[in-house]
Design a protein around this ligand. Structure first.
Ligand SMILES: [Zn+2]
Length: 92
C-alpha cells in the first residue's frame, strides 16, 4: 500500500551534501532508500525514477528541513502530512 508509506531522512555517509531518504511501511519495515544530493546552487537531485523532476522526495526533504527534523528519527507520511515521533522516544 504505497499510500501508507512513511519516510525518514538523515545525513548520508556518502557525502556532506547527500541525504538518505528511507521509505518504510507503517510497521517500520524498510521499503527502499533514495539519495538526495544538494548542489552548491541549492539544486536538488534524487535517485528515484522521477528524480529529474520535482519528485515527492525533494518535497519531503524541504518539509524535513523546515521542521529541523533531518536525522532526528522523526518519520513523515507524505500522503497524510502526518509526523511520527522516533521509535526510541515511544519506548521510553
Ligand atoms: Zn525522488
Amino acid at each position: 500500500m504505497a499510500k501508507q508509506d512513511i519516510y525518514t531522512i538523515k545525513q548520508s555517509a556518502l557525502g556532506p551534501n547527500i541525504y538518505d531518504v528511507m521509505k518504510m511501511s507503517k510497521d517500520y519495515e524498510p521499503g527502499g532508500i533514495y539519495h538526495i544530493a544538494v548542489a552548491p546552487n541549492k539544486t536538488m537531485s534524487c535517485t528515484c525514477y522521477a528524480g529529474h523532476k520535482f519528485c515527492r522526495h525533494k518535497k519531503m526533504f524541504l518539509e524535513f528541513r523546515n521542521a529541523d527534523r533531518i536525522g532526528s528519527g522523526w518519520s513523515y507520511s507524505f500522503d497524510s502530512n502526518k509526523w511520527f515521533p522516533p521509535l526510541a522516544a515511544e519506548e521510553v
